[in-house]
Design a protein around this ligand. Structure first.
Ligand SMILES: [Mg+2]
Length: 265
């Protein structure tokens, strides 16, 4: 069951002794990972914050105004383009020659008042060894604002946004290849977190570890476009709870390796 509180994840230390049995019972061994790739929307923050719902609504408004359509038709066109072209923006560019930047500026001008600093996410990101990157279909400005509001922006070495991707959706192989080249990423020692299953197909095929962060709303209506979930290594309803399990495995591995010693012999 998902926790309904803002940035308030299921407690790790319910009662002494139960943490190991309940929250940490399913271990996640990612000790081979040195590069951590995160989607932004509905992944680094919970879909329950309704941030992407605002973006979704603004896309419909923009289309209605731009194409002079009633809101119901605009919304239907938005969803049709998302399904057909991978992002609404891509459909608008291909079918209507839309300039992407005014669209991105409008749809990402959202109220971040519901976002609080996520101290536990911040602490858990600090514990992950290696580089952390953001790979998003949104804009750089949106990613910077949201990660800053969450208090986690300092963790990320780079943000690969929709502009860097040439406004092509990130599930396309050419964009994923560009991202890997840009990040000098080694798939075998990298993991990618995303709330959209389709976005994890190419990462999995490349040799990356994949984690699906489940939501209760299929924003993209693209879930039927993947042939099953064989390309998903792990699934979770709560990113923080999942990172807690990773940290647990990492701490066991550190203990097994023994204490670090700088004493010269
Ligand atoms: Mg997302």
């Amino acid at each position: 069951m998902l926790n309904k509180d803002k940035n308030n994840h299921a407690p790790a230390d319910l009662t002494e002794g139960t943490q190991t049995i309940s929250t940490l019972s399913s271990k996640v061994d990612l000790t081979h990972i040195d590069t951590w790739v995160f989607d932004l929307d509905n992944t680094l923050y919970s879909w329950e914050l309704d941030l992407f719902a605002q973006v979704d609504q603004k896309m419909g408004e923009f289309i209605g105004r731009q194409l002079q359509l009633p809101s119901k038709q605009a919304k239907a066109l938005q969803k049709e383009y998302y399904r057909t072209y991978g992002t609404t923006l891509r459909g608008l560019m291909l079918k209507h020659g839309l300039d992407p930047e005014p669209f991105l500026e409008y749809v990402h001008n959202i109220d971040l008042g519901s976002v609080e600093k996520d101290r536990e996410l911040n602490a858990l990101l600090s514990e992950l060894p290696g580089r952390k990157l953001v790979f998003t279909n949104g804009s750089l400005g949106h990613a910077e604002r949201v990660t800053a509001a969450l208090g986690i922006d300092h963790h990320f070495e780079s943000i690969f946004d929709v502009s860097a991707a040439g406004y092509v959706p990130k599930h396309e192989s050419e964009v994923f290849d560009d991202f890997c080249e840009h990040a000098e990423l080694i798939p075998q020692s990298s993991v990618m977190f995303d709330d959209i299953s389709l976005n994890l197909l190419h990462p999995h095929a490349s040799g990356m570890t994949t984690v699906l962060v489940r939501t209760e709303i299929d924003w993209s209506a693209q879930s039927e476009l993947t042939d099953g979930n064989d390309h998903i290594h792990h699934e979770t309803d709560d990113l923080v709870e999942f990172l807690r399990r990773i940290e647990h495995s990492l701490s066991i591995a550190r203990s097994a390796a023994g204490p670090e010693c700088d004493v010269e012999d």
